[in-house]
Write a protein that binds this ligand. Structure first.
Ligand code: GRF
Length: 192
């Protein structure tokens, strides 16, 4: 069983999807830690309910990003984390975590990258009136949503689509795709 940490900043619905998959024995991974940079995020409640230890840590309490990430790194090491799964973590990963977990950090983004990288990808796609958007799971590098793509799934924009209905469709796809991809990464012999 691979030990994974999930990083979240908000609602944590993707974290929940991973927790549920693990409970249903659909994930050969143990979620040993949930890291959250926002003290009031709903993801923390979800972690408590699921019995997953959480590390709530705010960059504001550290002199630098390096110090902030060093503290996280120490906790990851203590918990034996092998793979970092970003799920709505609204921060760029810095050099400290990148070099310690090279090739072992993944992210989910609500668009077909490289289209609509960055913030509010769903809103960007909606505004652009594209016919197809979707979801991407990718490795994380120093850029914003730029690392090598692992998996993508398309979502059609219907004629009378609203921003809300598009968002719901995207999240539905995310909640199925992410556990599937993480399962694949954790069950192969590859150094994830
Ligand atoms: C998801 O749409 C994910 O793709 C993006 O941030 C959102 C997080 O949602 N990176 P949640 O916190 O998992 O509900």
């Amino acid at each position: 069983m691979k030990k994974i940490a999930v990083f979240a900043s908000g609602s944590g619905s993707n974290f929940q999807a991973l927790v549920d998959a693990a409970k249903a024995n659909q994930l050969s991974a143990e979620i040993v830690l949930m890291v959250c940079d926002k003290p009031r995020a709903y993801a923390i409640e979800r972690a408590d309910k699921a019995g997953v230890p959480s590390l709530v840590i705010s960059p504001k309490d550290f002199a630098s990003k390096t110090d902030y990430e060093k503290e996280i790194l120490q906790k990851l090491n203590e918990s034996g984390v092998e793979l970092i799964v970003l799920a709505g973590y609204m921060r760029l990963i810095g050099e400290t975590l990148l070099s310690a977990y090279e090739g072992r950090i993944v992210n989910i983004h609500p668009s077909l990258l490289p289209s609509f990288a960055g913030k509010d990808a769903i809103g960007q796609a909606f505004q652009a009136k594209v016919k197809i958007t979707g979801v991407t799971v990718h490795y994380v590098d120093e850029g914003m949503d730029t690392g090598p793509i692992i998996a993508q799934e398309a979502v059609k924009m219907d004629e009378h689509e609203t921003r809300e209905s598009l968002e719901a469709k995207i999240h539905q796809v995310e909640h199925l795709l992410y556990p599937r991809v993480i399962q694949k990464l954790c069950s192969t012999d590859r150094k994830v």
